[in-house]
Design a protein around this ligand. Structure first.
Ligand SMILES: Nc1nc2c(c(=O)[nH]1)N[C@H]1C(S)=C(S)[C@@H](COP(=O)(O)O)O[C@H]1N2
Ligand SMILES: [Mo]
Length: 169
């Protein structure tokens, strides 16, 4: 599975990104705010739950670690739910988002993310199945309880570790 079938067309100047819920510093970023954050690069493989993989992807953007430093989750923050501009949602335990190679990206293999692949900004959580990596990122809610997202409601796993083949819940 790749996406819900509607690929939103969002120009960077129209893109905003907000974070709310159990955080000390809720944010609402414009494209310029996002690009002003420290930039990092990560190389990773990706695994879709339907068995395809894509190896050696070069991602550029803002690390999850930096992002968490900015919003400062409260001790009650246990689960994140990501929202895309297409209405997609997916949930991830906070410690999985906090992995050292998780990155919120604007570029793939040296070029801006295309609309098809979730531009202007998507999440990449390399150690989980790719359905956990929200395209067309719009909003993240930090929750104290687990709220299932689009595929999780349909029976997919709350964590989604490909090495444990955690496809279903
Ligand atoms: N917003 C949003 N993000 C999404 C999806 C989606 O439908 N909407 N599909 C997921 C799934 S199932 C996969 S496999 C990857 C596909 O990413 P790609 O198009 O860059 O290969 O995006 C994930 N992120
Ligand atoms: Mo997928």
């Amino acid at each position: 599975m790749l996406d819900l079938g509607n690929q939103p067309n969002i120009a960077p100047k129209d893109w905003t990104f907000s974070v709310a819920g159990h955080v000390t510093h809720p944010i609402k970023w414009t494209w310029n705010d996002f690009m002003a954050q420290p930039q990092e690069t990560v190389t990773s493989d990706i695994h879709c739950v339907t068995a395809w993989s894509r190896f050696d992807n070069l991602w550029q953007g803002v690390s999850a670690r930096h992002f968490l430093d900015v919003v400062k989750p409260k001790p009650t923050a246990k689960f994140l739910i990501f929202h895309g501009y297409d209405g997609y949602t997916t949930n991830v335990p906070i410690e999985h988002f906090a992995a050292s190679d998780t990155i919120v990206v604007h570029s793939w293999n040296g070029a801006p993310l295309t609309r098809e692949h979730g531009g202007p900004v998507r999440v990449v959580i390399p150690h989980l199945y790719f359905w956990k990596s929200t395209k067309w990122l719009k909003y993240v809610l930090f929750n104290d309880n687990e709220v299932p997202g689009y595929w999780e409601v349909r029976g997919y796993n709350a964590v989604g570790d490909p090495w444990r083949e955690e496809r279903y819940g």
